[in-house]
Design a protein around this ligand. Structure first.
Ligand SMILES: [Fe+2]
Length: 374
């Protein structure tokens, strides 16, 4: 028989072996968990890291002398036939947890109804931390419609400091996309012009302007105290003047133009307030909604008044707003919010049909897909 001290020694030895075995198992488990965490970290970094453009050539704007009519994208209008534009806005494509079927069906319905020569997107085309992926889904969505499309940016393309040049270059891979990075020494990305021509004659110009980013207001301690949305800035207004003046000179007359920018100008709010007061300075055209409008006036509306070319301005951004007011001879309108991504008003989503007729006459119609046949 073993003595008690021998039994205790064996017990200790066994316990030591068990501990050794357990600690080896624990090390293995920790190593596997660490490897899984590392792999998840690499995948997260790959998914979340905003993509950066490898670079692009400087396109310096030096006033009206930089204008070259041959560098402007031109689309053809047949004499006697209307040129039709479908304006869509605020798709905020494409939340991976939401079905794309509704927005695809809405777009198909509107394209079928309008039969557009061009689709203009009035910003916030995609949104979120994955914009470098959303842009590719957006390009496919647009290309599948089989119509040339001209986008501008809103505030949401900038989400999580996305690189607007990178996003633009992804869109430019599409043969149907007319997006241009635009001059690199003025504010914003994607300021460009499209001319609608009958032969060599410019019938109308489309002025596509970036709205710049949301401005966060902070106190002395760096705490957020407010925010406001921007509009095209002084450098862009100068670029607008240069282009409109040069087109006027080239054509020998003032050519009608349509301005597209995402956030409504401060003058839309002025017009809305006057309209609410019953002022006869404003004419109600249609739609409904309370105008937010920009906070800072950089002079774009005044430049349009002075030059006399732009009589129609279309905005997005305020998803439930479909209002259209005429103020000082300029129609200020919201393009109707498109699709069911992000906030929307039931029965009031769709787009806006804009028609350019012979002589550059411009008319438009708000489209609500819930009211459309087919
Ligand atoms: Fe917006």
């Amino acid at each position: 028989m073993r003595c008690e001290s021998e039994t205790f020694l064996v017990y200790l030895l066994n316990m030591e072996k068990r501990n050794e075995k357990m600690s080896k198992t624990a090390v293995k488990i920790i190593a596997v968990l660490a490897a899984i965490l590392l792999l998840l970290g690499i995948i997260a970094a790959f998914l979340l890291t905003p993509r950066r453009s490898p670079g692009y050539a400087d396109d310096t704007w030096e006033g009206q002398k930089s204008f070259d009519i041959n560098e402007i994208t031109t689309l053809s209008k047949e004499p006697g036939k209307d040129f039709k534009i479908l304006a869509i806005t605020d798709l905020q494509f494409d939340n991976p947890f939401k079905s794309k079927n509704q927005v695809k069906a809405d777009l198909a319905k509107m394209v079928n109804y309008v039969d557009p020569d061009l689709i203009v997107t009035v910003g916030d085309n995609f949104a979120g931390i994955f914009n470098h992926f959303h842009v590719k889904s957006f390009v496919k969505l647009m290309d599948d419609l089989g119509v040339p499309w001209a986008p501008i940016y809103g505030n949401h393309e900038r989400d999580f400091s996305a690189d607007l040049v990178y996003l633009g270059q992804q869109m430019q891979k599409s043969d149907l996309c007319l997006f241009e990075i635009g001059p690199t020494n003025i504010d914003g990305v994607g300021n460009y012009i499209i001319n609608i021509n009958e032969g060599d004659e410019i019938v109308a110009s489309l002025v596509m302007m970036d709205c710049n980013e949301e401005v966060i207001q902070r106190d002395a301690g760096g705490n957020r105290v407010g925010a406001y949305y921007e509009s095209p800035r002084h450098s862009q207004v100068a670029w607008y003047r240069d282009n409109i003046n040069a087109i006027t000179e080239h054509a020998g007359r003032v050519v009608p133009s349509i301005l597209f920018t995402h956030t409504p100008l401060p003058e839309f709010k002025t017009a809305y307030d006057l309209y609410q007061q019953g002022s006869n300075e404003v004419t109600y055209i249609g739609g409904e909604g309370e105008v937010g409008g920009g906070l800072i006036d950089y002079g774009l509306f005044d430049a349009a008044l002075e030059l006399g070319s732009t009589k129609h301005m279309f905005f997005g951004h305020e998803h439930t707003n479909t209002l259209s007011l005429r103020y000082q001879g300029i129609d200020l309108s919201y393009a109707v919010k498109t699709g069911n991504f992000s906030t929307y008003r039931d029965g009031k989503t769709g787009g806006t049909a804009i028609t350019i007729s012979d002589g550059g006459a411009i008319t438009y119609e708000q489209l609500y897909t819930a009211e459309m046949q087919g």
